[in-house]
Structure formats: structure tokens, C-alpha cells
Design a protein around this ligand. Sequence first.
Ligand SMILES: [Zn+2]
Length: 1158
Amino acid sequence: MWQEMNKPKMATEKGASRVLMLLGQLERLNEGPKASDTDATRQITGRILHIIQTQEKTRKEMMSKGSSGMDVILSTLENTRDLQTTLNILSILNELLTVGGGRRTGVFVSKGGTAILLQLLVSSSKDLPLNEELMLHIHSLLFKVGPKDDITSSSDRKFGVKARLNGALNVTVNQVKHNLQNHKLLLPCLQVLRVYSGNLVNAVSLGKSGALELMFEIIGPFSKKSTTLLKVALDTLAALLKSKMNARWAVDRGYMPTLLAIYQDWHRNDTRHRHMIIRKSILGCIKNLTNIKLGRKAFIDANGMRILYNTSTECLPVRTLDPLVNTSSLIMRKCFPKNRLPLPTIKSVYQYPLPHILAGGPVAQLHSLPPGVDDVVDESDENEGTEVDTENDTENEDDETGHKTQNDDIETDINKLRPRQMQARPFDELRVYERFCLEFTQYFKVNDFQSPGSVTPLSVDPNLHNPLIIPTKQNRRPKNIQPPRSNDPPLDLDSISISKALEGKPDPDLACSLGRLVLDGEISVNGESVNGPQEESGDQAVIEVPDTAALLPLHDPDLYLEMVKGTRSVPAYTEVAYPDYFGHVALNLREPILERAYGVQSRTKIFQDIERLIHPSDILDRVVYDLDNQSCPIPDNGESLKFNSKFESGNLRKAIQIRKFEYDLILNSDINSNHYHQWFYFEVGNMRPGVRYRFNIINCEKSNSQFNYGMQVLMYSVQEAINGSPQWVRTGSDICYYKNHFSRSSIAAGGQKGKSYFSMTFTVTFQQKDDVCYFAYHYPYTYSMLKMHLQKLSGMCTNEIYYRQDELCETLGGNSCPLLTITAMPESSSNEHISQFRSRPVVFLSSRVHPGETNSSWVMKGSLEFLMSCSPQAQSLRESYIFKIIPMLNPDGVINGNHRCSLSGEDLNRQWQNPNAELHPTIYHAKSLLQYLRATGRTPLVFCDYHGHSRKKNVFMYGCSVKETVWQTNVNTSNCDLHEDLGYRTLPKLLSQMAPAFSLSSCSFVVERSKEATARVVVWREIGVQRSYTMESTLCGCDQGKYKGLQIGTRELEEMGAQFCVGLLRLRRFTNPLELHNHNSHLLDMENDLKDPRSIPNITSPTTYVLEEDEPAFLEEVDYSAESNDENDPDFEPDLQDNRVLPDPSSDSEISRQDSLT
Ligand SMILES: [Zn+2]
């Protein structure tokens, strides 16, 4: 027993020591005079080879740390002239590198082994005739050392460059050329060629050496023989074709039809799908050829669309062939001819004359665009001529250290990070803002204690140019009809009547839109036919509407119509959308984030899109709604849906019927702009119930959307409303968002945005006959609705509440921008109480600077309702602070259905640094008011601007912190004094503990350069508000907390607004009352409770760096694009570089599968 156990060990030790001994001998021989010792060297290397071939442990011994084994072996290889010795050593290396993983290769590479091998290859290629065995060995070893597809750190990442510099490329090409029939040698040579071609500069050089021709000689139609070889040849070819020069060469010689024919042949003959990877490699070659314009043309000319469409259709039933379907789909989408949008111009239908146009501003740029600039220019390989230059830039492509993780948007200028104690306007000028702060100066008499009562009545301009045509109770309810009233609310029904042809009202659009609603007048509510009233009142019909006022304390349809009359829109809207009129009652249902069905995008939608090209005769292409051509007769064949969006916040420009139940929809650009569209709100009628309708919004701009991650559109059914469910409901299936074949010139896009458009597609089945439905991007919230809510809120005012509504200013479009002051009335007119009243710190809130972010208005509604409520908390909050609130910073944008801008065609949240009094009045006066507050020693304790976020889930905040900004940069912080109060963290932390939708981990306190003109940064830097925030609410839903997995609704948004107020109340407890009296000071020591330094690394999430707009670049990777290598699209670059991007956990398996393909 004992002896047996020890025997192998003894043998190993003996073997190991022998190997070391032999290596020692070899080392001495290397140092001695070489010629005489050839025999000895040959013998020793032969013995070493024998030992390591038989005893694995000796290999370990040779490669152990500190061993000079590899040095000795390599130095022998370098010095020997003896063929047998060389072969011995190559065999030894082969043994050593075959096992042992990457570490051994790493040692080999670090000792310069690659270069020695390459030199050996080149020098031995000069000896004729070539020794086949030697070539075989060298190539096998080179293949082991070179980088593979699955990149390991140990392989030689400089391999491609070294091979070129050593002149090895052509040697291998010649080996391939002369051994086309000798597969034993051909395979390793091809494998090495494949590795060489991974470097783009090499690919160009290899192309010139004839490597392409060779590959086309090797690849061919279906054959069961030599499939390994074929696969390597195809992969080499695909790599070579990544060079545009090579791709051009191949297209010029007609290889596109060849490749397509080969693909078809394999498709036909590989019936048992054993060679899927070969078929995939053929597609890989075709895909790279279509990177160039010429290739895409050749693909179309060779009937590639039909070939790939047909083969893919046949592959669809077999799941294992998904990679083929996906790659085919990618190629087809790339080659789908780019079209301009079917519009006369992408500029907004509506223009608004500005008081003046800033030189160099966006509107000036828009006006200076040459005519016809919208036209598509396929520039995607414009720089083909300069290939060599650009390819030299990729010289270090196999150098791992090239990637940048540092975001260069972070502010690094310490001086810019410090608050600037500057006064932009002289105090004399600011003095006028005193009228917005009467609570500080007002003299309270006893009878003031009713309420300030100074609610400014919103003026109705009697001189509005167009007559308003609104379905009001007053002018349309038949006099002889009593509204049926139920005795028990909340579903008490009120009734209005709506006529098809209104007396003296010539507006055909209105008649048309109402006609949809009533149709044959056969609507019956609660079993009562409404035919009677219709007969009695001529051609008028009556519908019942729910009395939402009973359900919604702040809603009143009559009041809404009153408010609409005072709202001025650029298109002079005369219609009211029913959801806004009836109101929206929050749903009691949970609406889960939608799970994406398998293959919706690549298998269903894309193929239907491609069919447009394959079967053009099936496409109707019938315009059914067109704002650009309103006189154009809309077909009324009963077969088409009817669209409308000519109402407040409406945004639909054109609808085109594509198939019987499919429509392309185009959104209007923001006024005085030629882009910015994502928000939509439109009406649909004349639908057939029970049929699946597909809608495609074809001019979306953002490169990704929460529509890819479970968000649904919102729908409001008028029939459902009448039946007692007046509400917006999440709806739609088969939703996806992807790059489509519509495009614009980059000049038209201002050179900032990508040229491509994206489609948001969804499918809806209508339930009701004769219904009118509305679709929206998010829960609509119009300006008229705000005015109605404010009117209602002022009615809630009690003796305890100090509520004042002022007009901050008039907007460009002539609408009033309300400013609210809410606090508690002083307890009495005693000096003590008045003094307490006036010493309350100010909280400044604003919202809806971005019209498309309607969620921010719902959050604001929640805050306002809480502030006006009679709960003890609300009273306590009012006693703690004076609230200054601008609930809608961009009324004009909201009214006119803009997504991002005001009437000046600019993003108002980029104007805070230098707002123009005429062009950006709301921002100019909001900022001045803040300056006034600061100048009078009342710098707000908190500033928060409510926003909506289209690409992230949950609710979260952006704040400003010098420290956290500096931490994210490489700036040497040793010489900056970084004593920063951490008070800015308190509120978000409190909110994360209280508000279920709020997520602390999504918060960021980094100051970005691109945000330096936003409210948050300017108010922090210039006004000196330390707690200056942007609060972002998701448009989609939550992935944490109580609402995890649910889409967000108005109830949750309003709750967030209320919780924000409660958070402010708690913040009060964490702030030192003494210091609040002098709240220009910055340190609030009691907040230390919440300043857990351990939470700091978590709170700063790198994902919140932003490149443009106020939203992070998309965080979820998804192959929705047709041009995965579209380097010209700025939307893609940063995201791909940022390896810290977190994948969305909700991204589905289809997406990950596609990712793994490209
Ligand atoms: Zn925003």
C-alpha cells in the first residue's frame, strides 16, 4: 500500500527533475557555440518532447511560476537552424499550449513568442520547397495564440498588427493558395487567416493579396464534406468584407447573387438543419456586403428581398432557426429603400410669428434651410473614398485599453460648480415682483382673515377670431329634456345633447367628429332609447355623459368648457376632446407592465413591413387624415377609420391606411420646428369591433422607448365613459419600437439627431360598436384642465388657508401663466403671528415645462390637492412654508400639442441661464421672481421642477452636488475645498422611505455640462438654492417597491405629488428652526441623521449621466435597429461605449437572443 502510493509520485518527481535538468542543458547549449551542438540540441528537445507528451505534471513544472522553461524553449527556437529541433520545439509548444487554459498562452505571449513564431513563418517561407509539416505546426500554434471570437485576456490582442508588421500575411495567403486541395494544411492556414482578418487594416491588405478570390473558390453549394473548412472560409470572408474596399470589390465582381444562390442552395438541401451555423455564416457575408450602398443596391437587384423573405418565412416554424430569421430580417431592413416621410415638409404644419427671431437660434436655422432639404440622402457610406485613412484609425482596435468610460458631459470646471453669487438684474428692476409676494408686505386687517380672495378671474377674450364651437350644455341641451338623475351618486348621469349640424355653425370638422359619436342616434343608455329626444329636436341626438363631477371633485364639464373659451391655440381649435370634457376617473385595476410576446418585432412586425415591398399591390396607401391638405377629400367608404386631433393638446398630422386594418400615423413637429415629436393624442372613429387594428406611429425620434419594456398606450372609449367608466385605460398588444425605413437628411435634422425615424407600433381590438376612442402617449392634461382645477381649488379655500393666484406673465401665444401662493393664514394679526407668517421659508415648485410630460402635471395636481386639503398634515405644512407654485411653465406648448418646446421652437428648460423676456416670458419671470426672493433674503429652501421621463422606470430626482460631480471626474480634488453640506440628500431619502414609486437608486446629483441651462442647475448655481431638484416621473411604471411590475396611473402620480408634500413636512423636522430664519445659510446640522455616508456610493448611479435632453441615453440594449453598425447615428455611440449601462431586467429573451447574434 504505502509503496504503491508513493511510486507514481517518485516517478513524477524524477520526471520533473529530469525535465528541469534537460532544460538546464538546453540553456547552456544556447549560450555556447551553436553549430557544433546541433545534434545535442536536437536530442535534448526530442527528450523533453517525449517526457511532456507522457507526463502532464512535467508540463506544469515547465510552466510553473518562476520557471525559465518558456524562455529557454523560445530562445532555442529563435536560434536553431535545424529543422528537426524546430519541429521538436513547435511540438513542445503545441503540447504546452493545448491545455492549461489562457495562463500558458499568456506566458508565451508575454515572452515574445508570437513575434518569434511569425518570424519563423516568414523565414521558413523562403526555403524552397516548403516543409509542409513545419507550416502545419506554425499555423496551428499561431491559431492557438491569436484572439478568438470569445475574447480571452490571454490571447495576443496585438496579434493582427504583429502579423502584418512581420510580413506574415502573404505567407499564409500563399499557403492557402497552394494547398486548396490539401485540407490537412489548408484548415490551420485558413484559421490563421481568419484571425488576421479580424483587423480591418489587415483585411484591406489581404483583399489586395487575393484572399477574397481564394475564399470564393473555397465556399460553394451544399456539400456534406469539409464543413469545418467551409465554415472557417465563410467567417474569413465575412471578416474581409467588413472592409468597404473589399465589399466593393466583391459587389463589382457580382458576388452578391453568388452568395444569395449559395444561401438558397443550403437552405434547400440542409433539410434537417444540421448546418445552421454555415447558413448563418453565409448570411454574415451578405450582411457585411450590405454595409455599403452598392451592396444594398446589388442585394435589391439580385432579388435579395424576396429570397430572404421566402427562406425566412420557411424558417419561421423552426425555433432553432431563429438566428437565420433574425439575421435575414436585419439584412432586409438595412436594404429596405430609405424613404422620406410622406409629407410636403417635416416642418410643423403650424408656424407662429415670433416677435423677433434670434440670430443663430433654432427658428433662424429653420428658416435658412434650403428648400427640399428634407429629402432623404443616403449618406451612410459617404466616406468610402477615404477608407484607408479611417481604417488606420482602427489600428488599435485590438487594444483593449481603448474604451472610454469617462463621461465627458460631467462638469469639471470647479468654478462653474460653485454657486455664483451674482445678481443678474438690478434690484430696482426686480422690485416689480413684490406684487407676487404680497404676503410679505400685506397688512392684515381682521376681515382679511376670510381669505385673500384675490383669485384672478381668468379672462375670456371677447375678440377671439374664430367662433368657438363646443358641445356645451347651454347651447345644445334640448330644452324639453330633463337630465335623468339617479338618486344615488357617484354614477349620477347628466346628459348633454350633441348635434350633427349645429345651427349657424359651418364647421364641417366638428359635424364630422360629432357624427362619429352619435352615428345613427341609436345609442341607448341604461335601457332608455335616445331616439325620442332626437326626433323632438330635429337632427339633434342626445347622449348621456357620466357626471364625473361627482367622482372627481376638481372636475366640472361646464367649467371646463368655460376655460376652453379662454384658451388661445395657434390652430384656433374649436373642438373639445371628450376625455377632457368628461374627465378621467382613476382606474381601480392594477395594470401590469406588459410582457412582450415572443418574436413580436422580428417575426411579426418586421415581416409585415417587408411585405410592403414584396407585395406592393396589397398596400392601399390611402390618406385618411391630413392636416397639410385639409381640403383634400377624405374617402368615406365606410372601410376606413376616421381620425381627428384638432383639439387642445392634439397631435396627429396624417393618417394613411396601409392595409384594411393597418394605419401609418405621422405626428406633427413642435411649432416653429421640424422635429421633436413623441407625444400623441388623437381620436379614432368608425371602427369595427372585434377586429385587430395595427397602428404605426412612423416618425418617432428617440432611439429607444419604454414601449419596448412593457409600456402601453392609453385609450379612452367614449362608449365606456357613457356606460359609467370615464377613464383612460392602458391598452394595446404587440407593442414594439424600432428603427424603420423612413429617414430625413441630417441637415434637416439640424445635424444633431439621427437621420432615421422609429416606429412605435401597437395593435388594438375595439370592443364597442359605434364608438369614438382616443389614444394618447400618456394621460392627457390640458391647459384648460389646469385652469379648471385651479378654479376648483380656489373654491376649496378655507379661513385657514392663504391662497392667491396671480398671473406671472402672459405667454407668447397670449395665455396666462398662473402663479400660486399657498400658505396658512396667520393665526391672528398680532405681531408675533404676522412675524411667524413672514418668516416661513419659501418652497418653489414648477412643472410641465415639457408639454409631452403630462405625468408631471398629474404629480402637480396631487401636490396642489394635498396643499389645499384640510388634513392636519396639510395645515401643518402650510404653517411651515410659503409655497410659490408655477404649475405649468409652458402653457402654449401644452395647448398646441407640442412634445418638447414652446412657440419659439425651443426647449424652455434650456433657457434658464439667459431667458429672453419676449421669447421665453415664463422662464424670464420665474427666474426674476427667484432673484427677487433671493434679493429680499428669502431664497427658497427647496426648488423642485417636476418632469416626466420616457426611458426609465420609477420616480426619482436629480440634484446638484459639487462633491458627487467631482467624484465622477478625473479632476484632481486635492486642491479644492470640498466641504459640502449633504442636506441635498435629505429630501430624496425621505421620499424613498415614504413614496412607493420613488427610487433612491435612480437619483443622481451630478452636474452635467449639457444641463447647465436647466432650472435645476441655474437655480442651484445662480439663486443659491442648495436643494434644487428635477423630479422625474416615469411614463411607464415601477420596477421596485409596492408598485413593482405595474404601470403607473394618475392615482399613483397624484399620490407622488402628495407624498412630496409630506416629505417637505418631514424635512422641516430635520432642519434647524433657527437657521431657517436665516435660510441663506447652508448648514442644517440636524440633517446629519440621514446622512449615512455608506449610502453615498449607492446613491450616485453612473446610469444617470445624460448626453442630451434631460433623459439618460437609453439604458436597455435591444436590437431594434436595422443598422447595427450605423456609426453615423450619434444616438448609439455613447451607449455602446458605456459598459456600465445596466440592462433592463424586463428585457425579454427575444432581445437577448438577438443581442447574441450580432
Ligand atoms: Zn422634462
